[in-house]
Design a protein around this ligand. Sequence first.
Ligand SMILES: *Cc1c(COP(=O)(O)O)cnc(C)c1O
Length: 391
Amino acid sequence: MQGFEHIEEELNAMKEEGLFRSLVPIESDQGPKVTIDGQELIQLSSNNYLGLTTHPKMKQAASEAADAYGAGTGSVRTIAGTFSMHEAFERKLAEFKHTEATLVLQSGFTANQAVLSSLLSKEDVVISDELNHASIIDGIRLTKAARKIYRHVDMASLEEALKASQSYRKRLVVTDGVFSMDGNIAPLPEIVELCEKYDALIMVDDAHASGVLGRNGRGTVDHFDLNGRVHIQVGTLSKAIGVLGGYIASTQSVRDYLIHKGRPFLFSTSHPPAVTAACSKAIDILNDEPELIEKLWNNTRFLKDGLEKLGFDTGKSETPITPVVVGDGAKAHELSDRLVKAGVFAQGIAFPTVPKDSARVRTIVTAEHDEAMLQQALDAFEEAGKDLGII
Ligand SMILES: *Cc1c(COP(=O)(O)O)cnc(C)c1O
């Protein structure tokens, strides 16, 4: 069909630069090993930190809920799509997060859009870390508030922005709890101190910290003992929780307000029963099986130490997200392709997801990997890294 020459040209340029990627369909479930194109590969690219996507109790909860309540809900939450299980889960989640209330949305992406587009107006300002997730950036694009960006985890830069923002009615500082491409943790205690000093609200997006950091995986706020001092926590149910969804954990008033003003909440259908039941079961598992988080961190140390000993640049990672930074985008994809040949699935990530000169292969271990799998991965990294002149 004619008419798309402008994008076809751009696609061709991407192909020439070696930056064009096809989607990679998985033929198995999302376990520590997956089947891709008939080949069994060690999975080092998923966000399935605790292995909950395939946990027997999760699968059972999902299928029982589908049997009892059907495949879908047939409406948005505000019209006819709130089932009692949705509200029961939100209460359970609030208790888990030690907040007054929570509200669940379709995804972490839409949770950020809902909060950032609705909570502020033109007499306010939002102050954002320059490396915040795309869903925060897009959420900020939707607000009428003024916008300021501070340099990545740079507290002097944040303080400067806060000082220059005193004339606004409200200041909202927003940060990822764990940064998704580098695996570093936001310096939340310092951010909280600055926000208290300059009378700002704080919002933390804990997508990669939910189920990973804090007691039983409560996130960065709990990890740093800052319960009660962070105004809004956003979390995802799509990563360590193993299913799908996003939530806002905050006050009852924020929940009530978002029910009336959060556009993704108002205008997009609620989660199917299987999703909500499985998410709810995941909270039980976090409470009952803390050994999963312990295993995750043991595996994290094993792979991270191994990669560093081999001489790879793993940046400033402090979490199960360990990047192997190679610089050039085409080289990152080449390394990834070599790893696949050696039985390891670790995706190359290049511009625009990361800056142009810091393309990488990003690895994420899970609680379900065993040492033999991780050693095989290290061996594959060593061989490919040497062949490509990276180490
Ligand atoms: C993945 C991610 C999201 C989006 O979460 P989904 O539930 O997948 O939509 C939001 N914020 C951050 C920091 C993330 O890493």
